[in-house]
Design a protein. Sequence first.
Lengths: 500, 152
Amino acid sequence: MDLFANLALGFDTAFTLQNLFYCLIGCVLGTLIGVLPGLGPIATIAMLLPATYALPPIAALIMLAGIYYGSQYGGSTTAILLNIPGETSSVVTAIDGYQMARNGRAGVALFTAGMGSFFAGCVATLVLAAFAAPLSQLAFKFGPAEYFSLMVLGLIGAVVLASGSLIKAIGMIVLGLLMGLIGTDVNSGVSRYAFDIPELSDGIGFVAVAMGVFGFAEIMSNLEKKDEDEGFLNKMTTMIPTKQDVKRMIPSILRGTAIGSILGILPGGGAALASFGAYSVEKKTSKYSSEFGHGAIEGVAGPESANNAAAQTSFIPLLTLGIPPNAVMALMVGAMTIHNIQPGPQVMTSNPALFWGLIASMWIGNVMLILLNLPLIGIWVKLLKIPYRFMYPAILVFCCIGVYTVNNTVFDVYVTAAFGLIGYLFLKLGCEPPPLLLGFVLGPMMEENFRRALLLSRGNFSTFVTRPLSLGLLIAAALLVVIVALPAVKKTREEAFVEE
Amino acid sequence: MQIRNQKDFGAGLMYMVIGLFFTYMATQYSMGTPAKMGPGYFPFWLGLVMTALGLVILIKSLGAKAAIEKIPPFNWRVIALITGSAVLYGVLLPIMGFIVAVFVLVFLSASASHEFHWKGTLMNAIFLIVFTYLVFVVGLKLQFPLLPFFLQ
């Protein structure tokens, strides 16, 4: 019954006027950036982080979470109507969703996506609530050695599931870890890699790195591209599905929700991976597999449920273990530290209202999103007509103003510009930036736990493999690398990402 | 010698340079012992890991099995305009104030687009100044130097 008492506390917190308001703002913004291609949740959350200073912590987190799962709803709209996925997680939705729209069933496709997302969101909220307590209990048993091994596993997981070259992605993580070490060493007070620049003694600003690499660099790379053909905007049609549609979509929604919930919790998981996973499962198991690619309703229902479920369950490792499983969650760590909340198992006990309020707000957010998306779909589609040449200066303005307000210094603006250049170079060299952000956030934590573990073992490195939990985590990490390196897996992995 | 995978070659080289830099710098700090690590210990080894990763990528990029990939050309005009507009914003904000700085930022960055049109950009700049003023200054009550120094 604890679960219900906790959820009641959560709804109590979430149902204040202020929190409902910020939940709504988050959902509206999430839908907006989901609809707009070229602006993703990472850049948006980075832009808005500074603005959340002025808010109470719970309102800030509710809003930022709303942006992430809200973008999963919005992303499907453009994928279906225009064949332009607003987010990477809706890339697979475009395959069958757009074909459904071409067949005059745009309304049904949107309805399926919306209902699938809603159902998945509700289930994921419950999963989050149910898993949080036992996992936090487990986390209290963790010593520094376990935390270090867990971070190794999390970071490896994050790259194994990323597309592209595994070893380059591991390099990006290590680079992120190194960058995270810049600034004053907490144990000795020595200023590392700061070159007597006073602004660097606190380390490189997290917001500046995220905005530079994801905001500035993306803009520069988008501006180079030639104009892409504007997709053919399909007309809206009736949203009411036939009996046959309902019969076919329900099992897909259930499967998608299950797949998404699981893949969201895993290190490195998240919305994009979940939708790819769900799509391939649907394609393999469906009786109608020949219809895939020509407007199969399962191809919309499965992935859309999965990405929304995963967007929410990826909060589990963050809230219970304090380890962000993907780049968006890394930003949430930043948001929590801004408000002096140390992410980890103690959040639930020391700050139960915040913890359960955030979870409850996700359910409320899903209700808002279904209302925002299905009846108001016309408004969002109109937004697509905003040309990029108006949008990107606006993104720059928000970045520049936002990063200045973090410390009220223009130094951070220059750092952002510098990371824009670095991020651009990364894109040219085919290095993916999200693992860098994860490493950057985990760098100081990892060093701290590494040092403490060895301090406790008096310098004996075997502590990482003699403690059973730690050993298990390291074995899991090693297995991940081995599995991905297997020729058969390597091949399917490459194929899966070609579909992108 | 032909570099087959230029992208990986570049990435490997970059990783090695960064790794060696961090390792070299770490030797300037106290290393300590594993039981009582100094500030140099962790970055020293992590830098070496980075260098090793870079070396592997670099060698693989030269191998006969490497995919042929070229580094796409850099668009220096876009880089200069976008980066420059942000830097100029940083320079102008304390001296000329928020309004002028945002205006310059919007105009300079917008000119990077090949669809640049000064009328549309003017409208966009005015809209953004009013909007950000309302959000950041009125709404969130953040402190900015608003007007140029001679009008304050």
